[in-house]
Design a protein around this ligand. Structure first.
Ligand SMILES: C[S@@+](CC[C@H](N)C(=O)[O-])C[C@H]1O[C@@H](n2cnc3c(N)ncnc32)[C@H](O)[C@@H]1O
Length: 320
């Protein structure tokens, strides 16, 4: 058979209903909604829409642009991880939210095996979770909210009080989650809190469940420090102070800023006058950090030192 005729036949092999559903999944990565499905099926049936035009309409919709940007970011992150080259100096188009930076930064640093906690998975981008599920790690989703995800152990718990043993996790990932701990999470169906200081409790608790030398990858929005109710914004010094207070050591860190040309690395980032949503749909800047916890490193932070000294003195005080 002539391959062109074969392709022409293949294009009409499935029913209109299957074709529409498949196109939605491939291009927009979601099931077709009732209204769009009914419109497409009616028009395909009465001949006012062809399959080629329907595919073109979907592929050029603004929703598809967002899918492509995130897919590009995921492809970049996974390929870098396969090469063993963590991504730095990333770039992404203007008008996008911070996930196009956070996701490849984190994916390119994903440990290739072992038990990996994804904290705040319940509202994570589906393609990002799908990429983690495909990565071969033993994935554990932690969130106070619930979500039905097959192929992943789910722990519905507060990250500040995890029902997990000490030193049982090989890596933990927090993508735009830490800034919400202790904040008003009613938008996620949770209780409203006003306890931003408890973000340090979350980091300490993660330090407890991580194995020695395991890493914690944290991405958070950057900007002029302030409480926005549903999250807490901080500058680089603010976030680093929080990491240090939790006894964590910064192994690697990059700041990124959304400029008129798009997302760019911002090594000398200055938070003055930089607000949330000022330059695009969400954060104007983001801080990506790889943290580690280790006995020696715990000693190296002021808070870690005092906690270690107190712990060491505890039996002594008891005896005296
Ligand atoms: C902005 S969403 C996270 C975004 C997501 N990680 C992503 O990749 O797009 C914040 C998440 O944190 C969760 N959350 C807030 N406070 C929490 C806590 N104390 N313990 C566990 N999860 C919490 C919320 O339920 C929500 O799923």
């Amino acid at each position: 058979m002539d391959p062109l005729i074969r392709s022409g036949l293949d294009a009409y092999e499935t029913s209109d209903a299957d074709f529409v559903e498949r196109a939605f999944r491939d291009i927009l990565r979601r099931p077709a909604d009732d209204e769009a499905r009914d419109r497409a099926l009616t028009k395909l049936a009465d001949g006012t829409l062809s399959r080629a035009t329907f595919l073109h309409e979907l592929a050029t919709a603004s929703e598809a642009a967002r899918v492509r940007q995130l897919d590009d970011a995921i492809a970049l992150g996974l390929a870098a991880r396969a090469r063993g080259e963590p991504l730095t100096w990333l770039q992404a188009p203007a008008g996008t939210d911070e996930r196009v930076i956070e996701v490849p930064w984190v994916l390119s640093r994903l440990v290739p095996s072992g038990r990996v906690l994804e904290v705040g998975y319940a509202f994570a981008e589906a393609p990002y979770l799908a990429a983690l599920l495909r990565s071969g790690v033993e994935l554990v989703g932690v969130d106070l909210a619930g979500r039905d995800v097959e192929g992943m152990e789910r722990v519905q718990a507060d990250v500040r009080d995890l029902p997990l043993p000490d030193a049982s996790v090989d890596q933990a990932l927090l993508v735009s989650t830490l800034e919400h701990v202790g904040a008003d999470n009613s938008g996620y169906g949770l209780e409203a809190e006003e306890a931003p200081a408890s973000r340090a409790d979350a980091l300490r608790e993660l330090g407890r469940v991580l194995r020695p030398r395991a890493r914690l990858l944290v991405t958070v929005p950057l900007g002029e420090p302030g409480d926005h109710g549903w999250f807490r914004l901080d500058d680089v010094a603010g976030w680093n102070g929080l990491f240090a207070s939790a006894g964590l050591f910064v192994e690697e860190q990059e700041a990124y800023e959304l400029t008129a040309d798009g997302w760019r690395a911002a090594p000398g980032f200055r938070a003055e006058g930089v607000g949330y949503g000022d330059h695009g749909p969400a954060a104007s800047a983001v801080l990506c950090t790889a943290l580690s916890v280790g006995r020696l490193r715990r000693l190296a932070t002021p808070d870690g030192l005092s906690r270690t000294v107190k712990r060491r003195l505890r039996p002594l005080r008891h005896r005296t």
